[in-house]
Design a protein. Structure first.
Length: 441
């Protein structure tokens, strides 16, 4: 039995993701694909457009065999913690042979070299990084410049360096491999070159056989969404030309599933601005105390937030008000989401105190019935608790892991509150089980 692990958001799941899963399974000779997927919130600091159970079903229909949830403190953090938390799960379930991922460069040798520098932090690199930080650069820019200069001395190709420090998938790829190094993992990293539209492409592909970006698909779906306070559940949601083009970028079975949810009145799209009132309330409530206890919020940003509250209109507009040369859109998004969800920086310190052993557990969101041998093997080999029923979690988890799970559950309950779901009870939800084998390998 051979298993490939994949770290993903599937926000939403599309043909490019199906291609990734099936290609990785084929090229690595894997019998199964295990996905560690962000839950109801993503790494860019925004709610997922579709809830985690809907995206789990989409992934299973698209070739995944098992979907595990990435806890909230990792799924909404910087690339380092996003990767570290997810790798910890894949490394510790005891069955993962390969970690597969898409990459703009597709150059696994260069990725390993950059990851090695980041993991070991040699003196030459760390000195350059400190100099850049002292000059006023933000951390991401300082690290990229230090890597560029350090690796240039090592005779690496300038083109490769530029890709690895500036392209989203390559940046994540280096963090995945860095996490494998720090966690002393025997899992083998495997890169395939990204095909189709770039990660941040804003327009749907004009080629019917091409792969559009998840960003473009979200924009097309959201563009036809009515302005509501509790998510989107509208009979005209999928009637526009853009929406239909967005659906055409999903695998056939996934598209049919989404259409079925829509016809049953069960399709809810969730956007950043659905959280506007809740964020505004939280910012007003804590203005006098400041926001520095929250993850990704320093004193300068806290003061800036407090000074801008009177001009608050929507979540997305407020982010733009705060954006500056040294504060990226994503960084501000994450900071505000952390305030809204009550995510404190000292808790992440607890969960990631040891970069070689992140706090982790494996919570099952869904699986293909044909993956029963895989589940049995995980139960036998896993070095971390495997959770399928939340009500039993307190028996299996230690204090830190149970706190991390509770934080994740609370965040999902808030997601459901904003979407207008009833009842709001994460404990009442069972894993998705795909009974028939829909794989087409």
């Amino acid at each position: 039995m051979k298993t490939v692990g994949i770290i993903a958001e599937f926000n939403p799941f599309h043909k490019g993701h199906e291609y990734l899963i099936r290609t990785l399974k084929k090229e690595t000779g894997s019998d199964y694909a295990v996905i560690v997927m962000s839950g109801d919130y993503t790494q860019r600091g925004a709610p997922a457009i579709l809830d985690k159970y809907t995206r789990t079903k989409m992934a299973l229909l698209g070739g995944a065999d098992l979907v595990l949830e990435l806890p909230i403190y990792y799924s909404t953090s910087s690339a380092e913690f996003f990767a570290g938390g997810a790798v910890s799960i894949l490394n510790n379930i005891g069955v993962t042979n390969c970690l597969g991922f898409g990459s703009e460069s597709g150059d696994i040798s260069a990725i390993k070299k950059v990851a090695g520098v980041l993991a070991d932090e040699p003196e030459g690199f760390s000195g350059l990084l400190k100099d850049n930080l002292r000059s006023g650069m933000n951390y991401a820019a300082a690290r990229a410049a230090a890597l560029n200069k350090y690796l240039s001395k090592e005779s690496e190709s300038d083109t490769v360096i530029t890709s690895l420090i500036s392209n989203p998938n390559d940046i994540l790829a280096t963090e995945y491999v860095k996490a494998l190094i720090l966690q002393k993992s025997t899992v083998t990293p495997y890169a395939i070159k990204r095909v189709g539209a770039s990660y941040d492409a804003e327009a749907l592909s004009s080629d019917s056989a091409g792969f559009s970006s998840a960003k473009a698909i979200r924009a097309a779906l959201e563009g036809n969404a009515p302005d509501t306070d509790a998510g989107v559940n509208n009979q005209d949601l999928l009637s526009s030309e853009d929406s239909l083009r967005a659906l055409s970028n999903m695998p056939e079975e996934v598209c049919a599933y989404i259409k079925a949810l829509h016809s049953e009145g069960e399709l809810k799209l969730t956007t950043l601005d659905d959280f506007s009132e809740l964020l505004h309330y939280k910012l007003i409530l804590e203005k006098n105390a400041g926001y520095t206890r929250y993850l990704d919020v320093n004193s300068d940003l806290s003061d800036k937030i407090a000074g801008a509250i009177n001009g608050f209109t929507t979540f997305s507009d407020f982010v733009m008000k705060l954006k500056s040369k040294n504060l990226t859109y994503t960084r501000i998004n994450r900071a505000l989401l952390h305030i809204l969800l009550g995510m404190a920086s000292d808790k992440l310190d607890v969960y990631s105190a040891d970069r070689s052993a992140f706090t982790s557990y494996a919570r099952i969101l869904g699986f293909n019935k044909t993956a029963s041998p895989l589940l049995k093997k995980i139960q036998e080999c896993s070095r971390i608790p495997v959770i399928s029923t939340l009500s039993d979690a307190y028996k299996a988890l230690d204090e830190k892991a149970y706190m991390l799970l509770s934080d994740t559950v609370s965040a999902s309950n808030i997601y459901d509150l904003v979407r207008g779901c009833s009842p709001i009870n994460e404990y009442s939800k069972a894993p998705i089980i795909l009974v028939s084998d829909m794989h087409k390998d």
